[in-house]
Design a binder for this molecule. Structure first.
Ligand SMILES: NC(=O)c1ccc[n+]([C@@H]2O[C@H](COP(=O)([O-])OP(=O)(O)OC[C@H]3O[C@@H](n4cnc5c(N)ncnc54)[C@H](O)[C@@H]3O)[C@@H](O)[C@H]2O)c1
Length: 271
């Protein structure tokens, strides 16, 4: 069912790699809700070509951009305004990558070159995106920017290694930039802290499947799906959340506030 929540709004959606990507679902929902938008991803990720099907389905233009490149981002924000016919109302940052995780390197033995790469791709890219948009004055007043994060920024999940620190930085950028952009242009910036979700980035994490089941058994509502996350993103892009900014918003079925659940106690034979 569509509510036309984003009717007339123009956006930029990063990070749709394949049909499992959270960004993919956001694009489908935003389209259903009446938005027009540009899809973007790193040029290397486009080689697989799956994004073309999404562009066709949502009637969108694709503009490749490496989110670590100021030049690419400048082109992205400039060309998007031309293609969409005006300033941008919403941006989704759905970009994450850690070589240390990919190579299964333990946290204490992190490779610093990979660590830097992870920071650049997964956190600084958010700052760069916002800085470029602000410089170009590309986002409308009351526009909304959302980045996706994970609770390892607050609590230790050993398998998340350097991404835990990187997500802390991402969330901090949302606060710091949210203050500045809010003050200057009334643009709001938030992060959504999403449940474990079965995507390319998610399942690349060691022991992901077991942890997915664990989180599902702890959360009273169970894990939040990518589709639910997309609905939440749409609500944050809409005018119904105009005064929400500089927040890290947990979207996890209640996991973050649950110490232990009956289901887990039963599994341990304690109930
Ligand atoms: N899957 C989960 O369990 C989970 C949980 C919480 C938060 N998140 C976050 O959600 C976001 C989206 O991840 P996903 O799970 O949908 O996985 P995904 O692998 O589908 O998406 C990650 C995207 O980042 C893109 N990317 C990587 N390097 C880039 C670069 N230099 N420039 C531009 N784009 C680049 C990839 O091409 C890919 O499209 C990430 O920030 C991730 O950390 C995921």
């Amino acid at each position: 069912m569509s509510y036309n929540l984003l009717k007339g709004k123009r956006g930029i959606i990063t990070g749709a790699l394949d049909v499992n990507s959270i960004a993919w679902k956001v694009a489908e929902k935003a389209h259903e809700e009446g938005a027009t938008f540009v899809l973007t991803n790193a040029p290397i990720a486009m080689r697989m070509g799956e994004i073309n099907a999404l562009a066709e389905k949502t009637n969108s233009v694709i503009i490749p951009a490496d989110a670590t490149s100021i030049e690419d981002l400048t082109h992205l924000f400039t060309a998007s305004q031309e293609v969409l016919g005006g300033k941008i109302d919403f941006v989704l940052h759905s970009i994450g990558m850690s070589v240390n995780i990919r190579k299964k390197i333990p946290y204490a033995e992190s490779n610093y070159e990979y660590f830097h790469k992870g920071i650049d791709v997964s956190a600084l890219s958010f700052h760069k995106m916002l800085a470029v948009a602000k410089k170009l004055d590309a986002i409308n007043e009351w526009g909304s920017v959302v980045a996706l994060t994970y609770m390892a920024a607050q609590r230790v999940f050993p398998f998340y290694t350097d991404m835990a620190d990187i997500k802390s930085m991402l969330e901090s950028i949302a606060r710091s930039f949210g203050y500045q952009y809010g003050l200057d242009k009334k643009v709001r910036i938030n992060t959504i802290s999403q449940s474990p979700t079965k995507t390319t980035a998610g399942t690349g994490i060691k022991g992901f499947s077991d942890f997915f089941d664990y989180a599902d058994a702890i959360a009273p509502l169970g894990n939040a799906s990518a589709e639910d996350c997309a609905n939440y993103c749409v609500s944050l892009f809409s005018d119904f959340t105009r005064m929400v900014t500089m927040q890290n918003l947990f979207h996890d079925g209640g996991y973050s506030n649950t110490g232990v659940s009956d289901a887990v106690l039963k599994k341990l034979g304690l109930q």
